[in-house]
Design a protein around this ligand. Structure first.
Ligand code: KIV
Ligand code: ZN
Length: 392
């Protein structure tokens, strides 16, 4: 049976923590509108206690995008009354508002960052949840640095905040330290205990990419029972970023038998969303980035181009149209063979005899050696030159 996985998008909070990526109010609302088209379940719109500008932007997202029942709007609070009030007062305009509270559970956070005892921190978390529940029903509790926490203390915290009324428990790999097998096992154990206590509470994960494993860890968690994934578009976020929404979602679609789980994401909006975020935030997408990089659906080797023209599945596991692109791109280079060049000429309605084609192809190779990539306008010139030289 296919399980539903909730998608919580934090592009506007964790993603916006990237230096230089700050958005103004208009841009935040536009990105949120696009995230709604993408059909994410929850938008984390910001950290309202951080500034008046952020408070106002979160409020506008709640009003303009959170005005329907199919989406939940949240924002981040530390486990203090002032932050929780700021979140509530900005998200309360949404049909489905949610308060997201974060507090560390690792010894490093408890002892070094807060200089408190474990019991004190646990009590602060419980009090914060109880206070948030007086304002709204949906409350998420994030056990920051969960993957480096003592497991039994992590569990005592989760158990206590669940009893205090938390409706979602988020387990972050805050510094991208986890490894898929180990993270999956942790999620399996937590899921087992959580479901015994209250099977309505969602188990969520939030993975960072410091060791390049954010997507793998998120998917390992899905395999082991996680109900919800926290992601960003293009994987942007603090330091090396967060799990990329497009990678997590497309892995579940492409390898459906492995994960047995699906999201509600409208994958055809992936490229539009990626481009909007990249342009508003001024953050280029790495060309070879999975799914949204410029080269993700471009093929340059002659062997691959020939194979693709015979059968797309030879080198294509996802159709480019599935993520909202027009088609795959066959990049014409000196490594392209006759098959790809002939195909490109035919697409331009340039019908040549075998002899004419051989002449054009010879000149194509010379040009490709000189300028690396050959474009459609170059092909027109090559054909025109050939005809002129042969008085045609
Ligand atoms: O990385 C992290 O731990 C976070 C929390 C606020 C969920 O961003
Ligand atoms: Zn984070």
């Amino acid at each position: 049976m296919t399980r539903k996985i909730w998608v919580f998008d934090t592009t506007l909070r964790d993603g916006e923590q990237v230096p230089g990526a700050k958005l103004n109010l208009y841009e935040k609302v536009e990105v949120a509108k696009q995230l709604k088209k993408l059909q994410v379940d929850i938008i984390e719109a910001g950290f309202p206690a951080s500034s008046t500008g952020d408070f106002n932007a979160v409020m506008e997202v709640a009003k303009q995008v959170g005005n329907t029942s199919d989406i939940m709007i949240t924002a981040l609070a530390r486990a203090v009354k002032q932050d929780i009030d700021a979140v509530y007062n900005s998200v309360k305009y949404a049909n489905n508002p949610m308060i997201h509270i974060v507090l560390g559970t690792s010894d490093i956070h408890v002892e070094k960052k807060f200089n408190k005892s474990k019991d004190q921190i646990l009590q602060i978390g419980v009090d914060a949840v109880k206070y948030a529940k007086t304002l709204t029903n949906e409350v998420q509790y994030s056990t920051e640095d969960a993957s480096r926490s003592d497991f039994e203390y992590l569990w005592s915290t989760i158990e206590a905040v669940m009893k205090a009324g938390a409706t979602m428990i988020n387990v972050p790999d805050t510094v991208g330290y986890a490894e898929p097998q180990e993270f999956g096992e942790m999620i399996y154990k937590l899921n087992d205990r959580m479901k015994n206590l209250n099977d309505k509470v969602l188990l969520s994960v939030h993975c960072h990419n410091d060791l390049g494993m954010a997507t793998a860890n998120t998917l390992a968690a899905v395999k082991n029972g996680a109900d919800k994934v926290e992601c960003t578009i293009n994987g942007i976020g603090e330091r090396a970023g967060n799990a990329a929404l497009e990678e997590v979602v497309m892995a579940m679609i492409t390898r459906d038998k492995v994960y047995g789980a699906q999201t509600n994401i409208n994958a055809k909006e992936i490229m539009n969303t990626s481009r909007l975020v990249s342009s508003f935030m001024g953050l280029d997408v790495q060309v070879n980035k999975a799914i949204t990089g410029d080269n993700a659906f471009a093929h340059s080797s002659g062997i691959h181009q020939d194979g693709l023209l015979k059968s797309r599945d030879a080198y294509e596991i996802i159709s480019p149209t599935a993520v909202g692109l027009d088609d795959m791109e066959l990049v014409l280079t000196a490594r392209s063979g006759r098959h790809a060049v002939k195909n490109a000429l035919e697409k331009l309605n340039l019908d040549l005899t075998a002899e004419q084609f051989e002449g054009v192809f010879e000149n194509f190779l010379t040009l490709a050696d000189a300028k690396k990539e050959v474009y459609n306008h170059d092909l027109y010139v090559l054909v025109e030159d050939y005809f002129k030289k042969h008085n045609m």
